[in-house]
Design a protein around this ligand. Structure first.
Ligand code: UD1
Length: 366
């Protein structure tokens, strides 16, 4: 069996790591196509080296652009790659512009498409990711769902007979890296200047268009974070840095200490060293849950509803409307006493993905 993985953005590289490792334990041919949607070393190269992912076989070098330009360029560049490789499966990941373009190029050329992390829904149609995931799910031949909740959404959309629940591959990688970090004696996490890793700190990220691209909203979120009574380590995505600069907004103020994005093991170490996480990232909400740190999510909804159970994750659409004390109490609340469950699977999802691709290629489903 020959499988092409199409990846391009940071969260896809994290998901690719356990998949590439699982393919490495089989005789199947696994071809990695990097679209180049993310090109900064911080967002791309460190994940290949840090997570032991083989170098991409093909690099499309697409780079940034408006949604239409970026998606269109990837789509056009994928066509000859798939025609040349003639894969048995094209595997697309998550919900980025690279996901949608990879899926559309493949289905138009009659290659089988499998969508990893299928069935997530925010029901917020202002999010570019929501369009990408809905369109990809409906185009794909096989939907690899991480959770029962994802299966429920796909069933509601009439897609149950194309769906297999495999568990979430991010559990595979998160737990493996956690064990490595802990076995290494819990190295000091790489944190921005001004954060003492021995003292309580919150870990924060902010990159979603709905938070970064409206100047008033971004200023209000930065003010809320800067006003917290605990130092906040903000690992700033280039999009956040670019938008803040364009708006003349200073990120490093009050409690906020700004650093660059870090590699995966450093991120896991930074979460483990923190007293809690404040974020708008989907992946980090789950990593906080898996690593047992309370999370505050700066959005009005989450695709990962399971993280809300037991108050491990709390949605705060707008800190300014909470009132200062409630916001502080929320962001600095201690870890709940209720233990977390295992709604995202057992850490063997990548193997199940490979087995499912084998089975469905033979025409056996279920
Ligand atoms: C993309 C995904 C989002 C995912 C995120 C993870 C889409 C629609 N969104 O958002 O779902 O959560 O990746 O990070 O695909 N930039 C750089 N260097 C880079 C990449 C981007 O400086 O290597 C800057 C550019 O200013 C660019 C902006 O970030 O215009 C946005 O990048 P883009 O890839 O379009 O979207 P993300 O915000 O990263």
């Amino acid at each position: 069996m020959k499988v092409i993985s199409v990846v391009g953005a940071r969260p896809q590289l994290v998901k690719l790591a356990p998949i590439a490792a699982a393919f490495g334990r089989t005789g199947h041919r696994h071809v990695i196509v990097h679209t180049g949607q993310h090109y900064d070393a911080d967002l791309s190269d460190v994940f290949f080296s840090g997570l032991g992912i083989p170098d991409p076989d093909v690099h499309l070098g697409i780079g940034s652009g408006s949604h239409g330009v970026q998606t269109g360029r990837i789509l056009a560049a994928m066509d000859p790659v798939l025609a040349e490789e003639q894969p048995d499966w094209v595997l697309v990941y998550g919900d980025t512009n690279s996901t949608l373009a990879g899926a559309v190029s493949a289905v138009k050329q009659h290659f089988r498409v499998a969508h990893l992390e299928a069935g997530l829904r925010s029901f917020n149609r202002r999010m570019p990711e929501e369009h990408n995931r809905v369109l990809t799910d409906h185009a794909a031949d096989l939907l690899l769902a991480p959770t029962g909740e994802a299966l429920r959404h796909l069933t509601n959309e009439g897609l149950a007979d194309r769906t297999v629940v495999t568990g979430d591959v991010m559990v595979d990688v998160c737990l493996q890296v956690r064990d490595r970090v802990l076995a290494g004696g819990h190295p000091r996490p790489e944190l921005p200047d001004g954060i003492d890793p021995e003292q309580p700190y919150l870990l924060a990220t902010l990159h979603r268009a709905e938070n970064t691209d409206d100047p008033a909203r971004l200023a209000s979120l930065v003010e809320a974070l800067a006003g917290l009574p605990v130092p906040v380590a903000l690992l700033a995505h280039p999009r956040l840095v670019a938008r803040a600069e364009a708006q003349g907004l200073k990120l490093a103020q009050g409690a906020l200490h700004v650093g660059r994005p870090v590699g995966y093991a450093a991120m896991v170490a930074a979460v483990l060293g923190s007293v809690g996480v404040v974020t708008d990232s989907g992946g980090l909400q789950k990593e906080a849950y898996l690593l047992g740190r309370p999370c505050t999510t700066l959005r009005s909804e989450t695709e990962w509803l399971e993280t809300l159970d037991g108050d491990w994750n709390r949605l705060v659409p707008d800190p300014a409307t909470l009132g200062t004390q409630t916001w502080v109490d929320t962001a600095t609340r201690p870890a709940p006493a209720t233990p977390t469950g295992t709604p995202f699977g057992d850490g063997r999802a990548a193997e199940r993905v490979v087995e499912t691709l084998e089975r469905w290629l033979d025409g056996r489903t279920g």
